[in-house]
Design a protein around this ligand. Structure first.
Ligand code: 0RA
Length: 545
């Protein structure tokens, strides 16, 4: 790995060689450090630099962060924190700033006991950003002076120097991503804006200003300020802004249990799905984990206990003749969960599933206490939730009946397929493809053009049911939706009579293609079909089919 380095090593001290090897490693295998070198990796550089300012803000020393997309597509991040230290590092004989900028993972050396993330997504250190930039400029405003150092591909061009005076305090970082490393080099406003909005919601009170100095078609530049003084309360309202609420209140808690800071905001809406956004150390844990499990456990237990303790509600449940299942408590629930863990263990395919067991009990306890209190204090809202839960249980039972009747009356249960399906001859799911085609006539054309050995065609008539707006069982009453389920070989309610979980063991096609017209109706149908997959059989998406 260090062949090229050895040749030029005479001018470097032993320490420098180590540093260079570190930076060379980052440049040789950038994906190992920042995930990938596509658009995602490119934007990751910004997050990495901003994260350091966020850490400074979480430690209580910084209130403002300014992120600028410059006209030449470089990025500037400036904060009003204490400034990265510039004094001499004892062992390495160079400025602490230089160490932070050039030594892998050096960030930890100055750790203030904040919640850094080990491995996985963030926390690789600003030195990685430096290594992957053709040029980088660091400035520190501290003690009345402006300190500065510049780098090329991570290598300092000169020792840290004073370049002027200032009454500002803080750190300013500017970098130019290396176009020989990244497949994309143009920053997208929306991608950065979404992350900055999320960070502002997750860290109440921090003001993040995003600017885009690249003129648009009208020659205009952009600026947006993200600032949420109420943190997650504002976040959950934002997530649910297009939904109708069961009641306007946000159920909110912010506490610490067993040394784990926990913040949660919950709203109930009139839709039928569960939307939980969970974060650990500001990272979106899309695969969930122990914090999510703790939340769900507490929610089920607390609502159940509340319903059982209230004679009127118990009678109401008895009358409705339903057995309430855990998932019934989560219909129409939107929640944002944010916790901080000192040593997070991230697991799962994308390393976004929290594994720390101690977190489960902490979140369970926090949610149990806060929700019990909320229900006692808000009987009106509590009743609205319980009514909704009973409705959900009834719908779930109705869904089972609809499914059973479909399976009885149609030829499908015996391996029969929907009449409209033009199946392929292969029976090997690995090579079989199913085309979901908009309209019978396009379906006909697709049939003529296909390779019948492995390509099957299922024409769909018009728009399928919008499952996002329908109760669970309605999907099983819709012919078009049932045709898709049957053609795919999906079964529901296998583990436990009315489980909502799809069983895809007998999936007949491992490639599913949505084929619609390139117009608004086509896009709408795409959306409806994808929503159906996302809500009823997310495994199809998760497995990349
Ligand atoms: C450790 C110690 C001190 C400041 C920082 C880290 C710091 C790092 C970054 C990175 C971006 N912005 C930052 N702001 C501050 C200061 C220690 C002291 O002053 O005593």
């Amino acid at each position: 790995m260090s062949e090229e380095i050895k040749n030029t090593s005479t001018e470097y001290s032993a320490d420098s060689i180590q540093v260079l090897e570190g930076l060379e490693a980052v440049r040789k295998r950038p994906s190992m450090y920042i995930g990938d070198t596509s658009e995602k990796g490119l934007h990751h550089l910004v997050y990495e630099v901003v994260d350091n300012s966020i850490d400074e803000a979480m430690a209580g020393y910084c209130t403002d962060i300014e992120v600028t997309i410059n006209e030449d597509n470089s990025i500037t991040v400036e904060d009003n924190g204490r400034g990265i230290p510039v004094d001499m590092h004892e062992k390495l004989h160079k400025s602490a700033l230089e160490v932070v900028m050039t030594v892998l993972h050096a960030g930890g050396k100055f750790d203030k006991g904040s919640y850094k993330v080990s491995g996985g997504l963030h926390g690789v250190g600003v030195s990685c950003v430096n290594a992957l930039s053709t040029h980088m400029l660091s400035q520190v405003f501290r003690g009345g002076k402006i300190y500065q150092q510049e780098y090329e591909k991570g290598k300092p061009l000169y020792p840290v120097k004073v370049v002027g005076e200032t009454n500002k305090r803080g750190t300013r970082q500017q970098f130019w991503p290396d176009p020989t490393i990244f497949t994309h080099t143009v920053y997208k406003w929306d991608i950065i804006a979404n992350r900055m909005r999320e960070l502002a919601f997750l860290n109440a009170g921090i003001k993040i200003t995003l600017r885009d100095l690249r003129p648009d078609e009208e020659g205009k530049t952009k600026e947006q300020v993200f600032h949420a003084k109420d943190g997650l309360k504002e976040f959950v309202r934002y997530v649910d802004r297009h939904r109708t609420h069961l009641f306007d209140d946000v159920i909110y808690l912010k506490t610490e249990k067993q040394g784990i800071p926990i913040e949660i905001a919950v709203m109930y809406n009139t839709d039928y799905s569960e939307n939980i956004h969970s974060y650990v150390n500001n990272i979106n844990t899309i695969e969930g984990g122990t914090h999510l499990t703790g939340f769900r456990m507490a929610l089920t237990r607390t609502l159940k206990a509340y319903a059982e303790a209230d004679p009127t509600i118990s009678k109401q449940i008895e009358k409705a003749k339903v057995e309430i299942a855990p998932e019934d408590f989560r219909e129409g629930l939107t929640a944002v969960i944010s916790i901080k863990v000192a040593e997070p263990q991230f697991e799962g395919q994308t390393k976004t599933k929290l594994g720390n067991n101690e977190v489960m009990g902490a979140v369970d306890q926090a949610v149990g206490e806060a929700l019990t209190y909320y229900l006692e204090e808000h009987p009106k809202e509590a009743k609205l939730i319980v009514d909704k839960v009973i409705l959900a249980a009834q719908a779930r039972i109705a869904a089972r009946k609809a499914r059973e009747s479909v399976q009885r009356k149609s030829p499908m249960s015996g391996g029969g397929m929907p009449g409209k399906l033009a199946d392929c001859s292969s029976k090997d799911p690995e090579e079989c493809e199913l085309f979901l085609v908009e309209g019978d006539s396009a379906g006909g054309s697709a049939k003529q053009g296909r390779n019948r050995a492995f390509q099957a065609i299922l024409p769909l008539r018009g728009k399928i049911l919008n499952v996002e707006k329908a109760m669970w069982h309605k999907a099983f009453e819709s012919d078009e939706v049932n045709n898709i389920i049957q053609a795919l070989g999906i079964r529901f309610g296998v583990d436990g009579e009315d489980s909502k979980e799809a069983n895809i063991d007998k999936l007949r096609y491992k490639k599913i293609i949505i084929m619609t017209d390139a117009d608004v109706d086509g896009s709408h149908i795409d959306t409806l079909i994808m929503t159906f997959f996302f809500r009823y059989m997310p495994q199809i998406i998760q497995n990349g089919y």
